[in-house]
Design a protein around this ligand. Sequence first.
Ligand SMILES: Nc1ncnc2c1ncn2[C@@H]1O[C@H](COP(=O)(O)OP(=O)(O)OP(=O)(O)O)[C@@H](O)[C@H]1O
Length: 625
Amino acid sequence: MPAQTTLWQSLARLYPHLRPILPRLILGLFCALGASLMALAIPQVFRVLINTSLNPGGSTAAVWGAAGVVLGLGILEAGFIALRRQFVIAPATTVETRMRTSFYRHLQDLAVSFHDRWGSGQLLSRAMSDLNLVRRWMAFGAIMLVVTALTVVVGFTIMLFTSWVLALIFMAAAVPIVIYGYRFNRFYRQVSRQSQDQTGDLATTVEESVHGIRVLKAFGRSREALDSFEEQAQELRETEVSKANSLAKFSLVVTLLPEAALAVALVVGIIAVADGNLSIGSLVAFFATAAVVAGPVEAVGPLLSMTLTAKTAIDRHYEVMDAQSSIQSPQRPVHLNDVRGELVFDDVHFAYPDTKEGTRNLIDGVTLCLRPGETMALVGVTGSGKSTLLQLVPRLFDVTGGSIRIDGTDLRQLDLEELRTIVAVAFEDTTLFSSSVRDNVLLGAEPASSAEADQLLAQALDVAQADFVYSLPEGTDTLIGEEGLSLSGGQRQRVALARAIAARPTVLIMDDPLSALDVRTEELVEGRLREVLADTTTLVVAHRPSTVSLADRVALMEDGRISAVGTHAELLAGNDHYRYVIASLPTEPEDLDSPLEDGPLPADAADDAAGALEAPHLDDEEIIR
Ligand SMILES: Nc1ncnc2c1ncn2[C@@H]1O[C@H](COP(=O)(O)OP(=O)(O)OP(=O)(O)O)[C@@H](O)[C@H]1O
């Protein structure tokens, strides 16, 4: 539940963003005020004109003079309005862009656990529509609210001096408006918050459906998805209708009551003129001023609603901006020179934040040592926490107990950016960005020159067996579409693997990144990886015996710990649980789409598990380190 704040507290949070543009906003305010004063001055010209020049014996020249003054005032009013726009629009869009950029930067900094909790649509609507609302309020709402208030005060003062009796009648209408406005404010704040949250939920639904369109179509669930979307859209519609109704009622009260008061004032005014207590010119000036004041009074409803919506948008913005990243660089980071790549897990414990109390930690005392340059496969039954353990290395999550060290230094002592240069990750679920193959592959690389970039790109694509990119329409410059949807699963995996390789990491973390490759391509990739990344320490989650057999050693994960470490052959020979896990792994790739997919399976890969059974037997105790 978000913390409740008052309108002023919420608006005050904008001050740091507004400070740099304050002079221009103030100039804009003066211009808006100038425009209002010009409008208010026009009735005074009428008063003078009617009371003097239109009387018998009045001069025609005075009428022309008055007309000229009215025209001049009108031109000045229009000029002030144009200047107001000039002063405020550009700086307000600058503030909007800056706020949006800092919002995006903050999203990048926030830990994965934050993104696990928040729907993407909620973040999207905060980044786009909420900041748009804030900008419109800054550029128009805030200024007009001040100008409206001042115009009403100045206008009412003029009306008071013109005829205090009529002015008090007009003023009487303000009492019920203020009372009703208080109720409107409370209701409208709630409903506008609800509507903005529902918009975010709806955006999440659209995002998920577009992302999962293949699954929806394949399972024939498009109809159900549409029904659920319609239901959400309907809820949003109802909220919007109740928002609009509440604003319409408030606007009605704000318009009707002053009009009714003016009707009463007209009767009283005419009687006063008939009795000789008020001049005709003053009566005309009073009503002309009332007409000028009526505009701002009627605008109070929409302006108030705009302000309340902006308040909600500011609150929603700061709910994200106030979230602290639980994973940060230390104040005084340790810098590692010449990293060798020894990776040590020392009694590592971890539980996800939403884990029920009293449940055993998912990672419950993992102790493991990877020597520099070693390739270690991580094996375990599904759900045993292998992927979770890998995510602790680049600090996507932090350990809740124990430590992970690179070359003897706790990861938490390293600068995050430096850590993520040392460690590169290739996930099974590959995310490619909407840009060229080249940009995707070189995402984590820091080449010194474009020639080096070309070389890195070619080498990474070669190692990942991703030569297919050269036959794409624009070669490596081909845009691979939103999240690489235009590529097949295996192609995407190879581009993502090339990305990890191009980063030239000292420690490479791979979460079953070759699952979509056929065994022979996988073997080729592994072979080339060994050559190119001979000094790279690699920890790879393996779901196939073929991947396992290519590793120097294998670590077996069981009940949140590493229960055995050894070569594939050693473990097969001496560990029942390992044999059980290996037997349950699929031997076939999930997606045969490589250029070599039609080739025969190499005999050694096919016979892998069986052949290894003949390996010598070793005790678990003997092989664990
Ligand atoms: N972000 C998360 N928040 C909460 N729980 C999670 C999260 N990610 C995974 N889990 C839970 O942690 C457990 C281990 O998941 P993990 O993906 O690490 O297992 P795994 O051994 O890699 O499984 P598999 O072999 O099927 O990929 C699962 O029960 C899963 O539901």
